[in-house]
Design a protein around this ligand. Structure first.
Ligand code: 4UW
Length: 529
């Protein structure tokens, strides 16, 4: 076993609201908490906190309380912060939904999470309303933040004069959020993260991330995903920095906002590093305000990290984690230039790790010098989820009797405790940092009349980024064209889940028990390349 090189931090036993906002000083209340990147409009911490409390009071007045699950389907706009923390302040649980989901995908998450309310914005209303109705949520419980006839609006909630509810939150057991993750296998499941999980992860990571009050942090990574939720909505606020929101990625707008808003700390996923390293547009903007870029959610190569740091003249860091760990477990600290950029750095405080052999499951000892052999990374700490909602079996398959979360990622560790992620043993595919569950695409494709069998794996594109590829056994030779199948899938899933390559194959390799031998397909892919 190995632990963090850092001393443990104290994790306060309080709700995420109290942890983040209860000790704001008068001077901090006047600081800017969040800026709308599209318009430049600022919101102070005073206004943010007032809105959070009003949202909580208005929801409580309408019957929302501990045990209520509220869906939040909204791009990164300043109101997201008020609503997200307002729901938590009311004692309810938030399930954040990917804002690019199709109505069917939204419905599924609302039903699986047991949501009885949905908060959204008017551009997403058509899909949101269809999903809400199908999930049995009536219009008076579908809040449209910017207003729509027949629905409550954010202005309606903020107009309340009700008192903030006095809810008692047992931070260790009270489920704060239910982001969805497929984990090591199968379809997406609700990940139960307690208030303590969220508080802990900010407390564990903040010193290493090194965001300071003077920072203007670009909030481009979606708040609905655990990375944006913890590192932006929680950690940046804890540090009293200013978040600058960006609702949708567009390279020109991304560069303009950094320049015009003088962003200093930028959190990204690797595909943005590719653009920053290679795209000619980058030279047309003044990005000199940026001192640090932190990449996570998918592998970043050392060469790419180096190229970005050199071109922008800034520091580049890498972090690693997963939804089930709230998410951060490893980081390159801000003040550690000696740590290789193609590693994910060191274990954060209050966590224990272990590498176990993929063949035998036995522990791989920490090397006294050099690098250990690869093994599956196991992590344990106060940021590890309570479990999957309504799925004890998946919970027990993922968290063992000693409390270790089995990440499904293959790593090495050196004698200094620096961890490198070298492979993935789980099915999960990541496209631009977003999760794709192969099981979901396989089930969908199997329902196509011309598909007899199918397996989906991740392969690399020309830039070294992962994309999903489907191996398909057609019902008869030339029964269907690859393009037709890809279009058919694209009509039914969020854009990041599109199948991007199809190969027809005679038979899907399977084990005696009928499990897809993804390893064989990956080997075939490597041999082909
Ligand atoms: N290198 C290789 C990486 C890396 C990685 C993640 O969607 P989820 O559940 O969660 C995330 C979390 C991202 C994140 C966590 C902490 C952090 O500091 C940071 O950067 C600041 C980002 O994406 O997907 C989890 C899976 O994503 C892969 C890995 O397979 C993991 O199990 N993954 N980060 N740096 N792979």
């Amino acid at each position: 076993m190995f632990t963090s090189p850092y001393a443990p931090v104290v994790i306060p036993d309080e709700s995420i609201y109290d942890y983040l906002f209860s000790d704001l000083t008068e001077a901090e209340l006047d600081q800017i908490a969040i800026v709308d990147g599209a318009t430049g409009a600022p919101t102070s911490y005073r206004t943010l906190v007032s809105q959070i409390n009003r949202v909580a009071a208005a929801l409580a007045e309408r019957g929302v309380a501990a045990g209520t699950v509220v869906g939040l389907l909204c791009p990164n706009i300043p109101a997201f912060a008020s609503v997200f923390h307002g729901i938590l302040r009311s004692g309810a649980t938030v399930t954040t939904v990917n804002s690019l989901y199709t109505p069917g995908e939204i419905q599924r998450q609302l039903e699986d999470s047991g949501a009885t309310w949905l908060m959204t914005v008017s551009p997403l209303l058509a899909g949101a309303r269809a999903a809400a109705h199908a999930a049995g949520i009536a219009d008076d419980r579908v809040v449209v933040l910017d207003g729509a006839p027949g629905h409550p609006s954010l202005a309606d909630l903020l107009a309340t004069d009700a008192a903030v509810p006095d809810v008692s939150i047992d931070s260790a057991t009270h489920v704060a959020v239910l982001p969805f993750s497929s984990g090591t296998t199968g379809r997406a499941k609700g990940v139960m993260l307690s208030h303590r999980n969220l508080v802990a992860n900010v407390q564990q990571a903040r010193g290493l991330v090194g965001v300071v009050p003077e920072d203007r942090v670009l909030a481009l990574l979606p708040f609905f995903h655990i990375y944006g939720m913890t590192v932006l909505l929680n950690l940046a606020f804890k540090q009293r920095a200013a978040l600058v929101t960006m609702a949708k990625f567009d390279l020109t707008e991304f560069l303009r906002i950094i320049q015009d808003e003088r962003c200093s700390y930028v959190f990204i996923a690797p595909p943005i590093a590719v653009a920053l390293a290679k795209h000619p547009l980058v030279d047309s903007y003044d990005l000199s305000s940026v001192h640090t870029i932190l990449s996570g959610a998918a592998p970043l190569s050392g060469a790419l990290a180096e190229a970005v740091a050199t071109r922008l003249g800034c520091r580049i860091l890498q972090g690693y984690g997963m939804t089930e760990a709230s998410p951060v477990s490893h980081l390159i600290p801000i003040d550690a230039p000696e740590i290789s950029r193609d590693s994910v750095g060191v274990t954060i405080p209050n966590m224990d790790c272990m590498l176990v052999s993929l063949e035998t499951g036995e522990e791989i000892p920490l090397p006294s010098e050099g690098v250990s052999g690869p093994g599956e990374l196991l992590v344990r700490g106060p940021n590890v989820m309570l479990g999957y909602l309504g799925n004890d079996q998946a919970t027990h398959e993922t968290i063992d009797a000693d409390g270790f979360l089995h990440t499904g990622d293959v790593a090495t560790v050196n004698a200094q405790g620096v961890v490198r992620i070298v492979d993935r043993s789980k099915e999960l595919i990541k496209y631009k940092g977003y999760q794709i569950a192969p099981a979901e695409l396989e089930a969908l494709l199997l329902s196509h009349v011309h598909v007899a069998d199918v397996a989906v794996i991740g392969v690399q594109d020309a830039d070294g980024q992962e994309i999903p590829k489907a191996f398909i056994v057609a019902v008869s030779v030339d029964a269907v064209a690859a393009e037709v199948l890809m279009e058919w899938v694209a009509e039914r899933v969020a854009p990041h889940k599109k199948v991007r390559v199809v190969e027809f194959i005679d038979v899907i390799p399977k084990s005696a028990s009928g499990k897809i031998l993804r390893k064989d397909l990956r080997a075939r892919e490597v041999a082909g390349a």
